[in-house]
Write a protein of this length. Structure first.
Length: 230
């Protein structure tokens, strides 16, 4: 079975290879919608619409009272401003490479690693910085930026840019988490990403997925079941 890796399933593998096995290999653990996930999708859709069309009273009025409206507007204004100065905006942008790190189509049989970025701002000149953004609801929780560093690596490969800047926009709490990677200095900033990809592929090859106890265990479908293995 061919398994295409992504930021989300690689993050799952980091937390627990056994859960990765259930979610991605056998697919016995099925994604289920929740109120929080449904709301998150709705807020994402409104932000993406505003980034395409510009901020308006109509869009503002559709956000719920959990959103920091000023922060959401500032985020939209930043993206719109970048568009006006020459960056190409791509929403829900699909990036994919094969096993030899060559760009390929999302559904190509050779696809090995792919990610769908909420927001990508592509420069006219590869010497300029590529911008990647991810819209989050709820509280800030991701301190190592693993998801965005996977997307930054893909952006570097696909667009040939030397620098990638990435943002988490937490539209509820008003937090902005920002960092950048200068790939002209090498791959040190994404070495853990490369290591995780290597380890994951090795586990798939050997069919070896040991369970790992972690803080997210109690939310897993296999929690305290025989499939877990703990």
């Amino acid at each position: 079975m061919s398994v295409v890796l992504s930021p989300s399933n690689l993050q799952t593998f980091r937390q627990c290879p056994r859960q990765f096995y259930g979610k991605t290999v056998t697919r016995q653990i099925v994604w289920k919608p929740t109120k929080q996930k449904t709301r998150g999708t709705q807020m994402h859709t409104l932000m993406e619409r505003a980034m395409r069309m510009g901020w308006s009273d109509d869009i503002s009025g559709q956000f719920d009272n959990q959103v920091d409206i000023m922060m959401a507007k500032d985020t939209v204004d930043f993206v719109v401003g970048m568009r006006k100065t020459g960056w190409d905006l791509r929403i829900e942008h699909e990036m994919c490479v094969d096993g030899k790190c060559n760009p390929c189509g999302w559904w190509d049989e050779a696809a090995a690693l792919r990610a769908k970025a909420d927001v990508v701002l592509v420069p006219e000149d590869a010497y300029d910085c590529l911008f990647i953004g991810d819209i989050k609801t709820g509280k800030k929780y991701d301190n190592d930026h693993f998801q965005l560093r996977v997307e930054a690596l893909l952006g570097h490969i696909i667009y040939g840019v030397k620098e990638v800047a990435y943002y988490y926009w937490y539209i509820d709490s008003g937090d902005i988490d920002y960092a950048s990677i200068d790939f002209s200095r090498g791959l040190a900033d994404v070495q853990d990403v490369l290591d995780t990809i290597r380890d994951c592929r090795q586990s798939i090859k050997n069919n070896y997925f040991p369970p790992t106890n972690n803080v997210f265990c109690k939310w897993c479908e296999w929690y305290k079941k025989k499939e877990c293995g703990l």
